[in-house]
Write a protein that binds this ligand. Structure first.
Ligand SMILES: Cc1cc2nc3c(=O)[nH]c(=O)nc-3n(C[C@H](O)[C@H](O)[C@H](O)COP(=O)(O)OP(=O)(O)OC[C@H]3O[C@@H](n4cnc5c(N)ncnc54)[C@H](O)[C@@H]3O)c2cc1C
Ligand code: FES
Length: 280
């Protein structure tokens, strides 16, 4: 069992857990993820590593309760634990000194962008961050992001906090500035990542997105996480999760994400019970 050391509710339905997992913490780097199972009959849930502490041997995850497994995960308290905790998986973010980096985080996507912004800042880059949410209550990690950014702008759809509008409004202004941008990194809902990629495309600024297709094994064997990037098929778990945003086929990614909507609804209404004859 992988024990929960700390639990914090960041906003409605968004939890932060610090989990004792020394072997994962030893190797974790920004951009990587873990796959956990809440209990031994549970489905495998991929979650980005939001932070790690090598000395304490802990990993921080931040997740939104969207369906059955994340709801069960959110019910766990300090002292309880999850059955499996596998990682670190995926390729780490390429962190080096490049100049001005714009980090764009939308909703829960602020969690994975935080260690990347921190890494880029520590590497000596000028980090300009934009974090967006639907409203004030859904803005997470504002103080943490401010600490690792040279500039931070918050946008909310309804204007209840920061600037009213979308993250891409602020991004467009930065792109219009004379100061060159070395790279834009965007993590958030697929529609947001697609909008960011379309905003930067005419300016030819390198844009990295972190994809979240359905994943099963996380080892490149099942093919569940396949995404079309350029003219190639890639597996997000082993080739990503980060890709060149200008090459990703976002339409097919969105279609694949909707593939199991009916089954997911059924699992939520039936309390996650298996519908075969195994009685689990
Ligand atoms: C590399 C990666 C990193 C992620 N990091 C985070 C994170 O840091 N925080 C966070 O809140 N969410 C993250 N997600 C999404 C998270 O895995 C899903 O929200 C979770 O699996 C939903 O499970 P559920 O049973 O609660 O919901 P379900 O009812 O099963 O599904 C709800 C929605 O979640 C998505 N989903 C379901 N199962 C999977 C799966 N196995 N893989 C990917 N997406 C799935 C689908 O879009 C689905 O429509 C990440 C996904 C990937 C692939
Ligand atoms: S999750 Fe199975 S190939 Fe990526």
């Amino acid at each position: 069992m992988y024990k929960i050391i700390e639990k914090k509710i960041l906003s409605q339905g968004v939890n932060q857990l610090v989990i004792d997992a020394p072997l994962v913490a030893k190797k974790a780097q920004p951009g990587e993820f873990i796959i956990l199972r809440v209990n031994e009959n549970g489905e495998r849930v991929p979650l980005t590593i939001a932070d790690f502490d090598r000395e304490k041997g802990t990993i921080t995850i931040i997740f939104q309760e969207v369906g059955n497994s994340t709801r069960l995960l959110g019910e766990l308290e300090v002292g309880e634990g999850v059955a499996d905790f596998v990682g670190p998986l995926g390729h780490p973010t390429q962190i080096e000194k490049m100049g001005k980096i714009v980090c764009v985080g939308g909703g829960i996507g602020v969690a994975p962008i935080f260690p990347i912004a921190r890494g880029m800042h520590q590497a000596g880059n000028q980090v300009v961050s934009i974090i967006g949410a639907r409203n004030r209550e859904l803005v997470i990690l504002e103080d943490d992001m401010r600490e690792v950014s040279d500039e931070l702008t918050i946008t909310t759809d309804d204007g209840s906090h920061g600037r009213k509008g979308l993250v891409t409004d602020v991004l467009k202004e930065l792109l219009e500035d004379d100061e060159p941008i070395a790279e834009v990194i965007a993590i958030g809902p697929v529609v947001m990542m697609r909008a960011v990629a379309e905003t930067t495309r005419p300016y030819g600024v390198k844009t990295i997105v972190s994809l979240n297709p359905i994943m099963v094994d996380g080892t490149g064997m099942c093919g569940g996480c396949r995404v079309a990037v350029g003219d190639k098929t890639k597996f997000a778990c082993v080739d990503g999760p980060e890709f060149d945003g200008h090459k990703v086929d976002f339409a097919s990614l969105m279609a694949r994400q909707r593939m199991y909507v009916e089954q997911e609804k059924q699992a939520s209404t039936e309390g996650g019970k298996c519908q075969c004859h195994c009685q689990k």
